[in-house]
Design a protein around this ligand. Sequence first.
Ligand code: ZN
Length: 429
Amino acid sequence: MPDDTADPGRALLALVVRLFPICRSITGEGVRQTLAILREHIDMAVREVPTGTQVFDWTVPQEWSVRCATLRTASGRTVADFAACNLHLVSYSEPVSRRLSFEELKPHLHTLPDQPDLIPYRTSYYRRDWGFCLRHRDYLALPDEDYDVFIDTELRDGALAYGEVFLPGETEREVLFSAHICHPSLANDNCSGLAVLTMLAKALSQRRNRFSYRFLFAPGTIGALCWLAANEERVRCVDHGLVVSCIGDGGGPVYKRSRRGDATIDRVMEAVRCDGRRAAMVDFSPYGYDERQFCSPGFNLPIGLLQRSAFGTFPQYHTSADNLDFVRPEHLASSFRMMLDIVDVLESDWVPLNLSPKGEPQLGRRGLYSATGGHTVTSDVTMGYLWVLNLADGEHSLLDIARRSGLSFRDIAHAAARLKESGLLAEAA
Ligand code: ZN
């Protein structure tokens, strides 16, 4: 069995490749098939929330399933076939079997005039409708004749499924990681997040952790709301969290802060790197993925959004170009390593207290300071000791000290560990 942590790119891409063809939506068999594949890697509870369940201001919709969907000219030429690409069918299209004129058909066709070779991704979850998504180039070539629409879908009372992994740690304080599971064949916008979080859960399940870790794989908006509604008490245990999306391309990283803006996770994201790059920091806004729900005022959880290229900014976004050519194993791997670094910072951050706070303690006597004085440049190692001792007043965590000093979290954590061994520091109560 290859070590997924040492060379995670191949395993991550293999998982994305398996998930990609499945037609997911906010309900239906595609979500269950996806969860079944994720469960091959990690023990996961699958929750089913019945149609009609009230979750805050929303209601769990009917379950949608697709057998087939085709758009053909009356003369028999196929214009769009769901079997060839699931993006052709507007998600949640109601069943239709009828002949229409081109004029009647037009309002049901969706294209991207600025990207004529790409098929767009469209949904109509909460309004009964139907439609097809086409390449604009193909749309322009359509003859003015009658069309046969055959959409063999079903909308019936069923359930919304979501997956939940819980890894208990030494404390009941939790870190929540969440990825949406509702997009059909789009590789970066959602398969990448599912793969990275699944492999992260697997890696964390094989070690001892201070925090408890919870992973959610839930349909966008309504799935996150279902989890929040079922866990209103438990969310008080969430100390840190990330929504993870669009994490398999070579851009970014881009981090959108939590609504609080000064949560620990917001500062952790300033401290970590991806392929040596700092994340571009963006302030919270109430548009995006499920951080919208987690950061609604009634919850206001310390949860931000991590992406490589930000949604809506890359030309492949919500089109047929967000495919298996767009995500790369090396980018999935660097995103995965960044997630491990985030966990490492969360796990190893602590608040030190200087036990010798009156004046500087004599470091040379303890082998922590260069014996020869007079250097014009003090090494990062020495500066690490000095910063930690100076800010170890019980008010600053190692993360705060790293930020204020400009030194890396790793250097500060190392300095604090040495000072603790030397008896100069204790963990603040
Ligand atoms: Zn999306």
